[in-house]
Design a binder for this molecule. Structure first.
Ligand code: SF4
Length: 361
């Protein structure tokens, strides 16, 4: 039973991007359905991870939650101010005030920093805009230096430019820029994907540390389950714009119930120190279908190793298999081991088929 208060509640959120009509006389407008009817809750102080292959809609969902992209439908209820605010209905002025509480850290620390501004100016810009401090004041400088220290940046960085720093240090500058606004909620959008593995762990440790000390809540977006495993308390798995499974981190890794999660977690790295055996890898065939014309029935049926006739015809419901655990599959209740066995059998069958084809040739 979740007793921590909610910080965000996303209800039936949609984000469609219109595309050009192919035929000039065609009446029907077509859309890329990047986010389709997503509902989720994020609790205060947690790290909620959103995982899936690239192009599944994770980043679009993160940006739509923050209203950096206007939603095509649904609600984003924010409770950070002590009352319920539907961000999707806020006008620009209200959103500008709330923006300081709702921050984002982008993937690329190279392109997300203005090369003409010093580190001090970059981090101090937000507090000046939101009138925390006067521009050029000593108090502002002291505040920026204190934020830099929290983020592990040396004080000499204050007057230097972003190009003088490594990728990891630049990502620290991006984190400091977000932190300077005293946010409550931060979307970390693939924020360690562009960094070396050794630097990734330093940045993850910093995020973890700041979360505890500053009382932050994260929506951590990543395609890398190895990274997510160490930082997230709960996980939502996304496929073709939809959440297909959600639950606490340990259950998702140890007992995945959606065939897509079964496949994704089978290829996630296992630390030798964890004392666990490497699992048989389940490789999915094909690529993600076009989100303009998603498959009928279950959107995953074109790649699923368990697909049956019903999957092609009927949309599976999002069922709660146990408290806090939701799965979008007609066979949600089937045990994980059984699903792994089916995947193994299918892969052996397709290997045999391929061999036969080679012999015939
Ligand atoms: Fe696979 Fe069918 Fe479940 Fe979809 S509903 S994930 S196709 S078994």
């Amino acid at each position: 039973m979740q007793t921590t208060p909610k910080l965000l509640c996303v209800k039936n959120l949609k984000k469609y991007f219109p595309i050009k009509k192919n035929a000039p006389l065609s009446k029907k407008r077509q859309y890329v359905r990047a986010v389709e009817d997503v509902s989720l809750e994020i609790y205060k102080g947690e790290t909620f991870a959103l995982v899936g292959e690239s192009g599944c809609g994770k980043s679009t969902l993160g940006r739509t939650v923050l209203q950096l992209l206007a939603p095509s439908g649904g609600e984003v209820l924010y409770y950070g101010t002590g009352q319920e605010i539907n961000l999707a209905k806020c006008d620009k002025k209200r959103m500008r005030i709330l923006r300081k509480e709702l921050q984002i850290i982008f993937q690329d620390p190279y392109s997300s920093l203005n090369p003409r501004m010093t580190v001090g100016q970059i981090i101090g810009e937000g507090p000046v805009t939101h009138k925390y401090y006067a521009k050029g004041s000593e108090a502002l400088k002291n505040y920026v230096l204190s934020v830099m220290e929290k983020c592990g940046l040396p004080s000499y960085a204050y007057g230097r430019y972003p190009h003088e720093f490594s990728g990891g240090q630049r990502q620290r500058i991006c984190i400091a820029r977000a932190l300077a606004l005293k946010p409550k909620f931060i979307v970390c959008d693939e924020c360690v994907s562009a960094l070396d593995v050794s630097i990734q762990s330093q940045i993850l440790n910093l995020l973890q540390d700041l979360k505890e000390k500053e009382g932050l809540t994260y929506l951590f977006i990543s395609h890398d389950l190895g990274v997510v495993r160490h930082i997230a308390s709960r996980i939502a798995v996304m496929y073709l714009g939809e959440i297909v499974e959600t639950g606490d981190s340990e259950s998702i890794f140890e007992n995945p119930l959606h065939p897509y999660t079964v496949a994704l977690t089978s290829v996630a790295p296992v630390l030798p120190s964890a004392g666990k055996k490497e699992r048989e890898k389940i490789l999915l065939e094909g690529s993600m279908p076009n989100s303009v014309f998603p498959p009928k029935g279950c959107k995953f049926h074109t790649r699923c190793f368990m697909a049956e006739e019903i999957c092609k015809r009927c949309v599976p419901p999002f069922v709660e298999t146990e408290e806090g655990r939701f799965v979008r599959c007609h066979f949600a209740q089937m045990p994980t081991e059984e699903k792994r066995r089916i995947a193994q059998k299918r892969s052996e069958e397709s290997e045999k088929k391929e061999e036969k084809v080679k012999i015939c040739k």
